[in-house]
Design a protein around this ligand. Structure first.
Ligand code: SF4
Ligand code: SF4
Length: 124
């Protein structure tokens, strides 16, 4: 499955997480080199984030502490689920409109990001 251009809707190609872990995954696994252990293939040929779909399989202690819903929600916030494709490969140009929109959006959800980091045990 081909990767869509930067900023277009995510199609679940999985190229991002096959290549390098996201900042959330880095805080849990402590390395950057992909593929991410939580990257999960689906029956329809997509690859999705297991820390959203089944975090209890990867980090059961965190789910026991915070509950499934809160952990899934925290993952969703921290990986920017629904924002669009935020990965760029092989010199792909930046979609500046998308980048500006993302920065603006994250400014509006600072409190949610702080809470999501607490759920995942991320300091700062
Ligand atoms: S964010 Fe981009 S590279 Fe990653 S799965 Fe979605 S479309 Fe593919
Ligand atoms: S935690 Fe999810 S979004 Fe992050 S690298 Fe792993 S599969 Fe991808």
């Amino acid at each position: 499955m081909d990767k869509p251009p930067h900023g277009l809707p995510c199609n679940g190609c999985g190229k991002c997480c096959e290549t390098i872990l996201c900042p959330l995954a880095f805080t849990q696994y402590h390395y950057w080199q992909g593929p991410c252990p939580a990257l999960t293939p689906t029956e329809d040929g997509k690859k999705i984030c297991g820390l959203i779909t089944d975090p209890e399989l990867y980090f059961p202690a965190r789910v026991r502490r915070w509950g499934l819903f809160k952990v899934k929600q925290a993952t969703s916030i921290l990986i920017g689920s629904g924002m669009g494709c935020d990965a760029r490969v092989e010199g792909e140009p930046i979609n500046t409109e998308f980048k500006a929109r993302a920065i603006k959006y994250y400014e509006t959800i600072k409190a949610e990001i702080r809470q999501a980091k607490i759920v995942w045990g991320i300091k700062n």
